[in-house]
Design a protein around this ligand. Sequence first.
Ligand SMILES: Nc1ncnc2c1ncn2[C@@H]1O[C@H](COP(=O)(O)OP(=O)(O)O)[C@@H](O)[C@H]1O
Ligand SMILES: [Mg+2]
Length: 386
Amino acid sequence: MTTSLPDRQEQLSNLEAAQEASKIFNALTDRDHVASFFLDMGCRLLKARSGQLFRLEQGKLQEEASTVVAQKAAPKISDPETQFLKKIFKNARPDILALKKQWLLALPLVVRSQIWAVAAFRLTEAPEKKEAIYTGMALADPAASAIKNIEFYQEKLRAQRMATIGQTISILSHEMKNRLGVLLGHAFLMNRRLNKKEWAAAQRSWSGLHEGLHELQEYVLNLLSMTRERQTVMKKTNLNQLMQKTVKEFQVKAKKKGLRLTAQLPKHPIQVSIDVSGLTSVLQNLIGNAIEACDKKKQSIQVKLAQDKEKNLHVFVKDTGPGMPPEVQNKIFNLFFTTKGHKGTGLGLVICEKIIKEHGGHMQCHSAVGKGTQFEIFLPSHLITH
Ligand SMILES: Nc1ncnc2c1ncn2[C@@H]1O[C@H](COP(=O)(O)OP(=O)(O)O)[C@@H](O)[C@H]1O
Ligand SMILES: [Mg+2]
């Protein structure tokens, strides 16, 4: 009576430890980590010399992972042991093989009613069979279920990725088809006009063709700049001047639409080390979007540069245009999202965000329907040079 008491206590604490371990299994996101943590815990709780995880591939046992206590290499599995483990793969029942003062405890790891692997622990002492199996399975079952969850999650992720790739290809081919259609139209007209010797009209088709090709090139370059790791070339620049120059470039376009485009810049020059062409294209995209959005005369666009107490830079591009409803605003940084039909690409803001992130900054958008939209770019103070 008295001798069985410590054993019972030990069994209880083993079970408790197994339960604790199962919580940890669920927090792991990598199959290999689950396997090695399971083998470690198994060796500890079962007082095993080693733990190995085998999978059966084309009728052969393949070692998937191993943990060895106080020895250098994982032990070799003898022929009778191999037969024994293969039997476990067949009947999925835990068992112990006793061979010349050696005990091999085999535990099946069942994932979705199929054996995913069999764990083999070499025990140092003659085990109490039921207890060893009980403790072992208290670890093996949650480990198998954690592996099942990880595989399920990875499968879902793969499926999502495939769906995204499919969607991307579909959008891109659609876009290319449209653009190529326009180019072919110009080429067809040009050919006809040349044949009829209508030189002036042929010249117009030629201009259309040229413009279309230019736009296509720009589109492809934009796509490339998004997928490739851009080589950012940091250069010392006067940010006020860069902003002033970019605003000036858009003044004619704004005026044509009857819009007021102004810049509000600090009096003192702000010298920064930035990717000049990257930041210029961010401003061009934001100002371009604002001009495109403003649909009424007298609406205005303001570009502003300010500095906070910590010297961080804030660039604002603010318009009094139509603004965006929340459902549009939620999607504006999504690749290919556009409300401009065939006139938009949905690349602009994605590129802007990428460039700003490459500078260690971030961007935000505030918009209200009927009031307007404000984009704010935050650039960290360490970009400032003195
Ligand atoms: N200033 C703005 N006012 C209203 N809507 C805007 C503004 N800027 C961007 N948007 C919205 O964000 C969308 C995505 O912009 P962008 O990524 O530049 O792609 P694109 O200009 O090709 O549509 C636009 O289609 C538009 O709906
Ligand atoms: Mg745009």
